[in-house]
Write a protein of this length. Structure first.
Lengths: 426, 83
């Protein structure tokens, strides 16, 4: 409950903090599409430098950028915690993440210890600083299901970073007595399910009901699901060291649990009270469906051979769909809200920042890129076509965010302010 | 006191905030804004705080949030909350 409690717009981060991360994410998305265009079929060899470079462009460049931007925005709004004066911190983290990702990608192709060290220090700074600042804030509050899940997801990020840095050290030529494959498996599990999936689950507890007026998730389910997932991931980490034969079993349970959540979310979206369906709901539907297909393909792969790249594409589109959904929901809202809060009459309405038809076209291109990429696993000449369509989809998202920033600063410069009909009490 | 009421419980984001801001523009010392919501609208409360408005948000047993905002600093908004 709030009661004249000194709550103010300082609670929310400046709009540029969030949008700079989002813009960075779309640029890395464009870079990933270009990489895919030139690498084509070579990415199907998962241990190749090309596959590693593309995977980390997507997970660090795209996903981490969007997830950091979203966390800066959502921690104050959903959890009521504010990071004081976040501009400088966010800017440093943003640059460190960009630098670290670029050097990491290059280091997959050029085996050079200096490159590894620069990548390791930059990424360590970006990931640990963000996790430390946010975990410290989240530890002080009374938790909702969403905020508890976000906290656990950030703890996963710490482990992703530690395990990733150990892997980087091994690749960089440092001699550490650890099983490389077990380490890689634990890094993979914490990254995909602890950091990415758990954050999406935590956010969905709040935004699915709030954005689309659906029935809420069961309270006990929302409270315990993230805790069960993170507990299993820790057991998995211990198993990686002492009982590697358990790894696949525990990981599979986590995959099924996340699939249950995806199914439940689809049911919630079906139960929404209003008939209107916008592009963001369809992006959420696509994301959750893609995850369910990922779990099915993973299961089938236990019995018949399914291309690993196909399974990876299904997971990637689960995460990327939510990125697109949240961008089309958050960016126009932020522009409109921050301008209104500053008192500008001419604040563009949300549909003027991102027109629903534009979002729909972006959705359709995204779906076509998804389908084409899946088919490319069997018809390799489609890799280039698919990556070109994905390029356009990311470029459209980039244009939307870029034009939103331009509109925001244009109104700030030229707009007229209104005053609420309030006596000045200061 | 004139009440400007908005039941936002079945409105999709960001309609509650859009309508609330329009309602706030109409307020004077003899009026207040009363919104019913399924969630606590922290951005709206932050905006009210930024503009030095008198405001309160309270969740009742039925899990609804009651948000009251007025430019009048001398009224106790809690007294207007209806269970």
């Amino acid at each position: 409950m709030f009661e004249n409690s000194g709550l103010s717009m300082d609670q929310a981060p400046p709009i540029v903090v969030v949008l700079r991360f989002f813009l960075t994410g779309t640029i890395f998305g464009i870079v990933a599409s270009v990489m895919l265009f030139f690498y084509g079929e070579t990415i199907t060899d998962f241990s190749s430098a090309q596959a590693l470079a593309l995977t980390h462009t997507l997970t660090l460049g795209v996903m981490a950028s969007f997830m950091f931007g979203a966390l800066y925005q959502m921690l104050p709004v959903l959890c009521g915690v504010a990071i004081k004066k976040p501009e400088l911190l966010a800017l440093r983290v943003n640059y460190a993440l960009i630098l670290g990702t670029i050097f990491l990608i290059i280091s997959f192709f050029i085996l050079n210890t200096t490159l590894y060290i620069i990548a390791a220090f930059s990424l360590a700074y970006a990931l640990f600083t963000t996790a430390y600042v946010m975990i410290k804030k989240l530890k002080t509050i009374s938790h909702s299901s969403s905020s508890r899940g976000m906290l656990l997801s950030l703890i996963s990020l710490v482990f992703v970073a530690i395990l990733g840095l150990l892997l980087l050290s091994l690749r960089g030529g440092f001699n550490i007595n650890i099983d490389y494959l077990a380490l890689k498996s634990a890094h993979f599990s914490f990254g995909l399910f602890g950091w990415i999936a758990l954050l999406i689950i935590s956010v969905s507890f709040q935004v699915i009901e709030m954005f689309y007026v659906t029935p809420p998730y069961n309270k006990k389910y929302a409270k315990y699901m993230p805790q069960v997932i993170i507990s299993l991931l820790f057991i998995n980490l211990i198993a990686a060291i002492f009982a590697p034969f358990l790894l696949n079993i525990i990981e599979y349970i986590v995959i099924v649990l996340v699939a249950l959540h995806a199914s439940l979310t689809l049911i919630k979206l079906k139960q929404k009270k209003r008939a209107v369906t916008d592009a963001t709901i369809l992006f959420w539907t696509l994301g959750m469906s893609s995850y369910i297909l990922f779990a099915i393909a993973y299961t089938l792969n236990l019995f018949i051979t399914i291309p690993t790249t196909l399974i990876a594409i299904l997971f990637a589109y689960f995460a990327l769909s939510i990125v697109f959904a949240m961008s089309y929901k958050i960016v126009p809202f932020l522009v409109w809200f921050h301008l209104n809060a500053k008192g500008y009459f001419e604040a563009p309405m949300m549909h003027e920042v991102a027109h629903p038809k534009y979002a729909r076209i972006n959705l359709y291109l995204f779906i076509i890129s998804f389908a084409t990429l899946l088919i490319a696993n069997y018809l390799p000449f489609l890799w280039q076509i698919a990556s070109f369509i994905l390029f356009i989809a990311f470029f459209m998202l980039f244009l939307m965010i870029h034009s939103a920033i331009k509109k925001y600063f244009y109104i700030l410069k030229t707009g007229k302010k209104f005053e609420f009909n309030i006596p000045n009490i200061n | 006191m004139i009440k400007h009421f908005l039941d936002a419980r079945e409105l999709e984001h960001p309609e509650p905030l859009e309508k609330a801001i329009e309602a706030l523009k109409l307020l004077d010392e003899n009026s207040y804004f009363y919104m019913l919501h399924r969630k606590e609208p922290i951005p709206l409360l932050a905006l009210a705080g930024e503009h030095n408005l008198n405001f309160i948000s309270k969740q009742t047993e039925d899990e609804n949030w009651h948000i009251l905002i007025s430019p009048n600093q001398n009224i106790k908004l809690e007294e207007f909350i209806k269970e």
